[in-house]
Design a protein. Structure first.
Ligand code: ADP
Ligand code: ZN
Length: 818
């Protein structure tokens, strides 16, 4: 009997592929192990074994696999089930999930580009012959294709060699380019080996009587090391012994001290063996914890609804402790942007090295390390804190899943597939593991709160800020009125200016929020009305003053700022609207003595850009911080007493059925940064339309009213959570073809779903990177089956794909979150 395996290939094809294996291989193989397989004419992929069987494929002749890549599964059975659910629910292929789920180092394939690692340490690595040949080739040529390496080694399957080189840190993969930053090295010292015992130390000190400064250093170091026996940071030693780096250098040269460099920019735990004890919860927190546990007993997902600064994090920590004490794993999921060192340090202070961090800014080695630690259920990764990709780790005893800031829209992955929502997927993952699941937010999503209302979720509530700090005092300022009376200075109302002045006078800090980066979103000629557009996208170019450029925020297009209008030639260009850069500039004029900082995509590029700004704001080197929505996410600053919203209207007018909900959340979250310690904070919201329901609800902190009005609207217009929704996006560079294709698809959908199909319609930006875009929306009523609907849509797509004229038109599905 012949043996076969079905594998998942990391490419967007619907079906699993079948390969032949020998009898011995079949005995070794288990689902979840990786194999290298040939595909197409000359490609080699890393594939994942899905099942082992004896049925040959009917349509094609199965090829033999090239090689088995390991002796144990790297992907668990539960993960495979989870992937299967993701592919079904979010309408993509298992291969696309595979590609997104595992670190790229586990996914080598023939098209991967290989680069040399200039920091490779050869001395530490003995290279085998084939490894050395690759290493040498990379000295002459910094980038090689897998095919080229294959030629050099005269071997078909070189994936095992590359795997070994990756492990030894000799090479990088192309995707990892951006991580070739120079790590910051910190110098540590310890007593030289021969001086460590007490007698030897005494002899040493006796011989140093004529160098009192040096012996002072040695004595201090001995003291510092007495407890930990670990090397000491040179800067700490300098401070403690009151000496200079020159003296320490002399001691190192003499061999009395040994130096050692430690790389610090991985978020590794740096503390000693000691951890802080957990804070004891106040009565509100205790009550919430009790409610949470009560609902866990009923096997319900629980929503923790606690106002900003109510101490939700401390409640999570208490829970995590209980699961960890039982030896279980805990996953703490956050939106990428809220994953700050602030929070990581807080968790590490409690749980020490049990905390592992996992997100996309980590390099491939670090990610593989965490992956393996989780797979083996090691104590060093018992608590994983991560962004949405942490869902894909190979947990095997997951006891608790926490999704913090569960309302955050950035939990949704838009590109590439799988286009999943991490909160919703986390609930499925938790259920597969039988874990307890907690969602937390100060401003819950309408979906989650609805699930509480209908009894599906449990609920816990904290209405007070920790330490009885008052919720900030909110004030709406009508800038229409102010502009009419010519009372605005730039984009600042008198009220906002007064409050900023007072706050700065008190030595406190200010946060200003404007949800647009750059100087101005539009540059327009006041004579002819012409506004420079992006040639690739249907948008105006944004003016960036600092770089004197006009930039497209959808593609990378940019041009130098023009002095005169390109249409009429007049030097009458003016800006319309405003972004963070303009606010910053106005502040520099209005408050010349204040230090103004800016936090947006432009100032936080690079691995640590974001951290740097947060740290200098924390250390009060910045008095006023201007920023986009990056400011909203779970940051805990002690000295901020004023938050100003420059213009609330642009948020409210966004064309999306969730725009009002989002505005409420965003504004409440930003406001929540004010007055987190004793003194009551102040929030000023500037708007042209201060009577807007949402603004009223934000200022009175009336979540319930917001929820009821939003639910009513969603019911009226058939949107989630009461109805389901699928958005189908069509993209093509040919305008006519796109229109016809979208029309054909929509018509077919109407045959099945009638009036529940909307569109095709252009989105607000109808062309991006030269691709025209049209959307069709399918609404699925309460009593219809989501699965059946998706199957019908997939069937229509099959017929669609069979029409050769439409070939090349991309069809993209987004489910629930569009
Ligand atoms: P949230 O996550 O709800 O915004 P945090 O957990 O950040 O709130 O708590 C706000 C502040 O109050 C933090 O500085 C935190 O250390 C402090 N805090 C919360 N609970 C306690 C407690 N039980 N004992 C002492 N301090 C607490
Ligand atoms: Zn563009």
């Amino acid at each position: 009997m012949q043996d076969f395996i079905n594998v998942i290939l990391p490419i967007p094809i619907e079906k699993l592929f079948t390969y032949k294996v020998t009898e011995e291989e079949a005995k070794l193989l288990k689902p979840g192990m990786r194999v290298a397989v040939p595909f197409g004419k000359s490609k080699i992929y890393t594939a994942l074994v899905f099942e082992i069987h004896n049925t040959p494929p009917t349509v094609y002749e199965a090829k033999q696999i090239d090689q088995i890549l390991e002796d144990h599964p790297v992907v668990t059975q539960v993960q495979l089930k989870f992937w299967h659910w993701l592919a079904q629910y979010y309408m993509c292929s298992l291969g696309e999930v595979f590609r997104a789920a595992v670190p790229s180092a586990l996914l080598l394939e023939s098209e991967t580009l290989i680069l040399r690692n200039d920091r490779a340490d050869l001395e530490e690595n003995d290279l085998l012959d084939d490894e050395f040949m690759v290493f040498e080739a990379l000295q002459h040529q910094s980038i090689l294709r897998v095919q080229e390496i294959s030629d050099i080694l005269d071997k078909k399957n070189i994936i095992p060699v590359l795997n070994r080189l990756l492990k030894k840190n000799i090479i990088f993969l192309k995707e990892e380019m951006y991580e070739q930053y120079k790590p910051k090295l910190v110098r540590y010292v310890q007593l030289g080996k021969s001086h460590r015992s007490e007698e030897n130390l005494e002899a040493l000190l006796n011989g140093m009587t004529r160098a009192p400064k040096q012996s002072q250093v040695v004595l201090t170091l001995f003291q510092l090391q007495a407890v930990t026996k670990k090397p000491v940071k040179v800067s700490d030693l300098e401070n403690a012994s009151n000496s200079s780096s020159a003296i320490i250098k002399t001691l190192i040269d003499k061999g009395i001290l040994e130096e050692q460099f430690v790389q610090t920019d991985r978020v590794v735990y740096e503390g000693g063996d000691e951890t802080e004890t957990l804070k004891s919860l106040n009565d509100f927190q205790k009550e919430a914890l009790k409610d949470i546990k009560g609902s866990f007993k009923d096997n319900k997902v629980v929503l923790l609804h606690g106002v900003t600064s109510s101490g939700k994090t401390e409640v999570y920590v208490k829970l995590i402790e209980e699961y960890v004490n039982q030896g279980k794993q805990a996953l703490y999921l956050l939106p990428e942007i809220a994953l700050t060192t602030q929070l990581i340090s807080r968790l590490q202070a409690y749980f020490g090295e049990k905390v592992a961090v996992y997100h996309s800014k980590y390099n491939v080695q670090e990610r593989v390390e965490v992956w393996n630690n989780v797979l083996e259920n090691k104590p060093v990764a018992q608590i994983v804190i991560g962004a949405r990709s942490a869902l894909f780790l190979p947990f095997n005893d997951l006891g608790l899943v926490i999704v913090d800031e569960e309302h955050e829209s950035s939990f949704k992955q838009y590109d590439p597939a799988p286009r999943y929502h991490a909160r919703d997927a986390a609930i499925v993952l938790g259920n597969l593991h039988g874990s307890d699941i907690l969602l937390g937010s100060a401003t819950p999503s309408v979906e989650s709160f609805y699930n509480v209302k209908v009894g599906k979720y449990g609920y816990a509530h904290i209405e007070r800020r920790y330490g009885n700090v008052l919720m900030p005092d909110m004030e709406l300022v009508d800038i229409k009125e102010q502009s009419r009376k010519k009372r605005m200075k730039g984009h600042f109302s008198e009220r906002l200016l007064e409050e900023i002045t007072e706050t700065l006078d008190n030595g406190e800090q200010v946060i200003l929020f404007q949800n647009r980066r750059g100087y101005a979103p539009i540059m327009e000629c006041t004579t002819c009305g012409h506004a420079p557009q992006c040639p690739n996208c249907d948008v105006s170019l944004t003016y960036h003053q600092h770089r004197k450029q006009l930039r497209c925020h959808y593609c990378s297009y940019h041009i130098a700022l023009q002095e005169t209008c390109q249409a009429c030639g007049n030097a009458t260009l003016d800006t319309k609207g405003f972004g963070t850069e303009q606010v910053e500039q106005e502040l520099n004029t209005l408050f010349p003595k204040a230090n103004v900082g800016r936090m947006d995509l432009d100032t936080t590029r690079g691995k640590h850009g974001y951290e740097k700004i947060i740290t200098s704001f924390e250390q009060q080197e910045i008095d006023i911080l201007v920023g986009t929505q990056m400011l909203t996410k779970g940051l805990d600053f002690r000295n901020v007493n004023l938050v100003g919203i420059m213009n609330a209207d642009s948020l409210l007018n966004f064309p999306d059925f969730r725009a009002h909900e989002r505005s409420f959340q965003l504004l409440t979250q930003v406001a929540g940064r004010a007055g987190r310690t004793k003194k009551r904070g102040k929030v000023i919201i500037q708007s042209y339309n201060p009577n807007h329901r949402i603004l009223q609800q934000v200022t009175t902190n009336d979540y319930l009213e917001m929820f009821q009005e939003q639910i009513y609207e969603r019911q009226q217009y058939k949107y989630p959570p009461i109805n389901r929704i699928i958005k189908i996006t069509f993209k093509h560079k040919d305008y006519n073809k796109l229109n016809e294709a979208a029309e054909w698809f929509a018509k077919s959908l109407r045959n099945s779903f009638g009036g529940n199909v909307l569109g095709p319609e252009y989105p607000p930006v109808a062309r991006i990177r030269n691709q025209y875009i049209k959307n069709v929306i399918v609404k699925i009523g309460e009593n219809y089956s989501l699965v059946k609907t998706k199957n019908s849509i997939k069937r229509i797509e099959k017929s669609f794909n069979a029409i050769s004229y439409y070939r090349g038109v991309r069809v993209i599905y987004n489910v629930d979150h569009i």
